[in-house]
Each structure stands twice: as C-alpha cells, then as structure tokens.
Design a protein around this ligand. Sequence first.
Ligand code: ADP
Length: 343
Amino acid sequence: LIEGDPFLVYIDLTEASGLGASQLAFLSSVNRALLIAVLSAVIAAILLTILLSRRILRPIEELILGARILGKGGLDYRVPIHPNDEIGELAVAFNTMADGLSHLEHLRRQMVSDVAHELRTPISNIRGYLEAIQDGLASATPQVISSLHEEILILSRLVDDLQELALAEAGKLHLEMKVASIENIIDRTVVSLTPAMNDKSLQFRMQIPGSLPHVCVDPERIAQILRNLLVNAITYTKQGGSINVEVQSKFNFLEVRVCDSGIGIAPENIELVFERFYRVDASRNRMTGGAGLGLAIVKQLVHAHGGEIGVKSVQGAGSEFWFTLPIHNPLEAKTVEADRRFA
Ligand code: ADP
C-alpha cells in the first residue's frame, strides 16, 4: 500500500495478482496520469459545451427578441447577422421577411394617402359649389348641376376602380370564360374608340394574321384591357400621330401589342406605370388621365387570365404595351373538364 495514494483499489487488485513494488509504482503513476487526462477531458468538454451553447443560443435569443419586436409593430428592427452557419442564414431570412413586411406596410400607408388625395379634390369641389349655393353666392343653374354631377362621376369611378382592383388582387374577380376570337374582341373595342381617334386625327392600323388560334377568356375583360391601353395611347399621343394594334402567335400564347407614336415614358418611370396611383405627370392634372389605377387593373386582369404584361418605350418617340393570353387548347380543356366532373 502507498500511503495517501488515491488509487488504493487498483493497487490492491494488482497486489493480489503478485506484482513487484516498482511495477506497482509504475501502475500507480499510469493510473494517476489516466485520471488527470480523463478529468481534463471532462472539464474541457464542459467548457466547450458552455462556449458552443452560448455561441448558438445568443443568435437564437436575438432572433426571439427580433420576432417579439416585429410582432409589436417594430418593422424597422433587424437582427444582427453572425455569418458562416445555419443560424446566420436564418437571421438573413428573418431580415428579408422584415424587409418584405415593412415594404407592404409602406404600400398600405401610401395607398391610404393616395386614396385620401384622390377623394379630396372632387369632395372639396362639391363642397365649394354647395356652400356657394347655400350662401347665395351661386344658384343651382344647369351648368352648376352638371359640374356637380361630373365630380360625383369621378368619385364613383374611383370607388369602382378601387373595388375592382381589390377583388382582382384578392383573386376574387368573377371571369365568364368563353372560347373567343381575339380579332373579334379587338374589332369591337376599336369601333367604340374610333370617334376619339378621329378627333385627334390619329392614324390607326391593325396587323392581325388570318388564321389565329382562339383563346379561352372573359371577352368583356379582354375588351376592358384593350380599351384601357387604347385610351392611354390616344391620351398620350399628339394630334396626327399613329396607333397600331398587332397580334402574333408565340409558342402557346397570343401576344397583343398596342403601339403609339406618343410622348413615351422615361426609363426611370417605366417600371412604375403598373403601380397603383402612379402617374408620370406628378401634377395629377385630371385632364391628362385618370387616377393612375387603369394599368394596375389591366395588369391584374392579364394575370387572372394566365398571361403576362409589359411595356417598352422611348421618351418622345412612343410606347409599346404588350400582353399575352394562353392559346385555347381543346384537349387540355377536355382533361380539365373531365377532372372537374370526377372531382
Ligand atoms: P391614368 O388613369 O392616369 O392614365 P394608368 O394606370 O392608365 O393611369 O397609367 C399610369 C401612367 O402611365 C399614366 O399617368 C401615364 O403617365 C403613363 N402612361 C400610360 N400609358 C401611356 C402611353 N401610352 N404613353 C405614355 N405614357 C403612358
């Protein structure tokens, strides 16, 4: 036995097996070294675990804090990013989500302020007329009544457009889908706008190939899209200019182009023309157009038909608005119909 040695049990066992004193001392020192190594490894493991868990837990705590702040409306808060691991990627995704939310909030506020702006002018005009009549400064002549009526029409058109846009954005627009010829729809729309084109002495041309495939669309909505694009083309083209409507078959789609030789759109505005309430003419003169909702509605209508829409323009030279519509495929339509029946 070695006095004060902590490895008594081991030494006892080895002694029982008949080992000499030097061997016992050797074994004892090996055992001590082993124990020190094991203890060091355990301490190192504990320290490492504490260190690692702090490294992992800290960013998670930051994410939890960020989510709480975001939940309370702090949309400008962003979590710090610790790169090179999955938690870092999660933080980047969290911040991207926060960016999206704050952009949506910005759009919502913008929308409320645009609606207020658009309502203010006709309402204050109506109020002005009525107060003048009340104070005896004006009388309700047919001219005043027709001005009041015009203001009311502006208000009701704005409300109708807003409602239509809201329905379209929510995917709740009711479409009466029919197999139709795009040529017939274009013809019908152009006839109703011919007087407006004649008033400005605009040259109108149509380029439509003879045997175009049919499309399955809501003809009234497609006429609405065309009317909107053509009215804009007429509005933004000077006296004596030209307007062309072209149709082309491209893969599984028909592409309709409405081109004009009008004032065009500057490159910095081109991305924005499909935004709600966007008007290039910031003075918002009602003589040069509507509330800036027309193209936003057109875009939603095209998307509701499974098509795409875009614009190319050169400022001072003219614009080309195009949209696509999927070609009607009778076989596909039959499969869809059969699926619907067996569903
Ligand atoms: P608005 O009712 O004001 O015409 P739209 O949504 O139809 O609203 O159009 C948005 C803006 O895009 C217009 O205010 C106008 O500045 C611009 N724009 C649309 N079509 C044309 C065009 N053919 N040529 C030039 N600018 C156009």
